[in-house]
Design a protein around this ligand. Structure first.
Ligand SMILES: Cc1cc2nc3c(=O)[nH]c(=O)nc-3n(C[C@H](O)[C@H](O)[C@H](O)COP(=O)(O)OP(=O)(O)OC[C@H]3O[C@@H](n4cnc5c(N)ncnc54)[C@H](O)[C@@H]3O)c2cc1C
Length: 413
C-alpha cells in the first residue's frame, strides 16, 4: 500500500543489546573517552587528523567490525556498527566519519559487490586497518545530481583510463583504497556509470586536503584528481554500468552509520546540557529548575530515543538482509536534523559560555551541520521519503546488494 512501509522480517523484535553489542559499546566508549577526548579540542583547533587514533581503531577491531571473520573482520552485525558509531560520535565526529567512510561506504561496498578475488585482495587489509578505504562520488559540478559527473573511464586493452576530479571526499589525503565512480558510457546516463577500486600510487592519481571547513576539523576532507590514470579491468566493482546502483547501495550503509553517529551527538548534547543546567545558577536556582530549559533537554531526550529506534530498525532490516533504503534514509534525515537542533539548544542552555570553545557544544554544532549535507542532503532525503509516501517510488530487492547477517560464505549474495 502506498505510503505504508509493510516490512516482514521473521526475526523477533528485541530492544536489549546483546553481549557482543555491550562489548563493542565498552570498547568504543573506553577508547573514545580515554584516548580521544583528552586531545579532541586541540586537534579540532589545529585541524589535525590523528593517524594514531585510526591505527588504534584497527587494533581494537573497529575498522572491520561488521566484516566477516573470513576477511579479517570481527564478524559482528550492523547493530554493533551502529553502537560503535554512536559511542565514537559522543566524543568526536571525525572518527565516526572514518567508520562511515571506511566501512559503510567503502569496505561494505567491496563485500557486497566485489568478486571473491577482490574481497580477498582488499578486505583483510581494510578490516585490520592496514589500508584505509574512501569513496569518491562527488565532483566540483556534481553533488546531489550524481549523473552530472564528468569523470570518465575509457577501456584500453586490459585496463581503463580514468580522467576526472572528485572533491569533498572524506579521507582523500589519507586513504589508500578508493571506490571511484566514472562514466564508461555517458549516453546511458545513470546506467552508464561504473565503479572502480583505485589504489593510491596508481600513476596519475594525486590528492589534496580542503582547509577552512566549518566542522569535522579533526577529520581529513579533500579532493583527488585522476589524470590518464590506468586502472586494471580486474578492479571494476560489479559490472559495467552498475556504478550508480553500487553507489546508492553504499550510501544505504553510509547513511546508517551517519544516523547512528548523530544519535551519539544528541546524547553528548544531553550530557553537557544536564551537567551545565545543574551547575549554573540564575534567579537563585539552578538553570535545571527553569521549565523552558527543561523543555530544551526534553526535546533532546525525545530525539535521541527516536533516532536510536530508527537506527536500530534499519540495522535490524540490514541484519535480516532486507532492502532498507527507505528506513535508512528516514533514520539519517531525522537523526541528523535532530542533532543539529540539539547542538543549537545545547549552546542556548550554556548561554554565552556555549558560544566559545571553553565548552564542547560549539564544536557539536559545527560538526552536526556537515551530516545534514553529506551522504544525502536533508532536502534529497525529504524528497525520497515524500516519494515513498506518495507511491512514486518503490524499492525492489537488488541481487548482491544485501548480504544479511551472519554472512553466507563468500558466495554471490
Ligand atoms: C564534510 C563532508 C564530507 C564529505 N564526504 C564525501 C565523501 O567521502 N565522498 C563523496 O563522494 N562526497 C562527500 N561529500 C560531498 C557530499 O556528499 C555533497 O556535498 C552532497 O551530496 C551535496 O552535494 P553538493 O555539495 O554539490 O550540493 P548541491 O547538490 O549543489 O546542492 C546544493 C543545495 O541544493 C539542494 N538541492 C539540490 N538538488 C535538489 C533537489 N532536486 N531538490 C531539492 N533540493 C535540492 C541541496 O539539498 C542543497 O541544499 C562530503 C561533503 C562534506 C561537507
Amino acid at each position: 500500500m502506498a505510503g505504508l512501509a509493510v516490512v516482514e522480517v521473521s526475526s523477533k523484535v528485541d530492544f536489549a543489546l546483546s553481549e557482543d553489542h555491550r562489548m563493542v559499546q565498552r570498547i568504543a566508549r573506553e577508547f573514545a573517552e580515554r584516548e580521544v577526548l583528552p586531545h579532541i579540542k586541540d586537534h579540532d583547533e589545529q585541524g589535525l587528523f590523528d593517524q594514531g587514533h585510526v591505527r588504534r581503531m584497527g587494533e581494537l577491531g573497529l575498522l572491520g567490525i561488521c566484516l566477516p571473520e573470513k576477511y579479517g573482520g570481527m564478524g559482528l552485525d550492523y547493530i554493533s556498527l551502529a553502537v560503535a558509531c554512536e559511542e565514537l560520535e559522543r566524543v568526536d565526529t571525525s572518527l565516526r566519519v572514518v567508520l562511515s567512510v571506511h566501512i559503510g561506504l567503502s569496505s561494505l561496498g567491496i563485500l557486497q559487490w566485489g568478486s571473491e578475488e577482490q574481497r580477498l585482495r582488499y578486505l583483510p587489509d581494510l578490516a585490520q586497518g592496514r589500508r584505509i578505504g574512501a569513496f569518491g562520488l562527488t565532483e566540483p559540478n556534481a553533488g546531489t545530481d550524481v549523473a552530472a559527473m564528468e569523470t570518465t573511464a575509457v577501456r584500453d586493452g586490459d585496463h581503463y583510463v580514468l580522467n576526472g576530479e572528485k572533491t569533498w571526499i572524506s579521507l582523500a589525503d589519507v586513504g589508500d583504497t578508493f571506490l571511484v565512480f566514472a562514466y564508461t558510457d555517458k549516453t546511458r546516463k545513470h546506467n552508464g556509470i561504473s565503479a572502480f577500486i583505485v589504489e593510491r600510487g596508481t600513476p596519475g592519481f594525486s590528492s589534496s586536503s580542503i582547509h577552512g571547513k566549518l566542522g569535522v576539523r579533526a577529520g581529513n576532507t579533500g579532493s583527488f584528481v585522476l589524470e590518464d590514470c590506468p586502472v586494471s579491468a580486474a578492479n571494476m566493482l560489479g559490472n559495467e554500468g552498475e556504478g550508480f546502483k553500487i553507489a546508492m547501495s553504499c550510501l544505504d550503509n553510509g547513511r546508517f552509520t551517519v544516523a547512528a553517529g548523530a544519535t551519539g551527538l544528541i546524547q553528548a548534547c544531553i550530557d553537557a546540557s544536564v551537567k551545565y543546567a545543574n551547575e549554573r545558577q540564575s534567579f537563585g536556582v539552578p538553570l535545571a529548575k527553569h521549565q523552558l530549559v527543561q523543555r530544551m533537554i526534553s526535546h533532546m531526550v525525545r530525539d535521541v530515543e527516536a533516532s536510536r529506534l530508527l537506527v536500530y530498525r534499519a540495522g535490524w532490516l540490514k541484519n535480516a538482509g532486507k532492502r532498507n533504503t527507505r528506513e535508512t534514509a528516514l533514520a539519517k534525515w531525522y537523526a541528523t536534523c535532530a542533532s543539529f537542533e540539539a547542538a543549537s539548544n545545547a549552546i542556548q542552555i550554556h548561554g554565552a559560555y556555549g558560544y566559545s570553545n571553553e565548552y564542547p557544544v560549539e564544536r557539536y554544532l559545527r560538526n552536526s551541520k556537515g551530516a545534514v549535507i553529506y551522504e544525502g542532503t536533508r532536502e534529497i532525503l525529504e524528497v525520497m521519503i515524500g516519494s515513498y509516501a506518495l507511491g512514486l517510488r518503490e524499492d525492489k530487492p537488488i541481487r548482491r546488494m544485501l548480504p544479511g547477517w551472519p554472512y553466507t560464505d563468500g558466495e554471490d549474495l
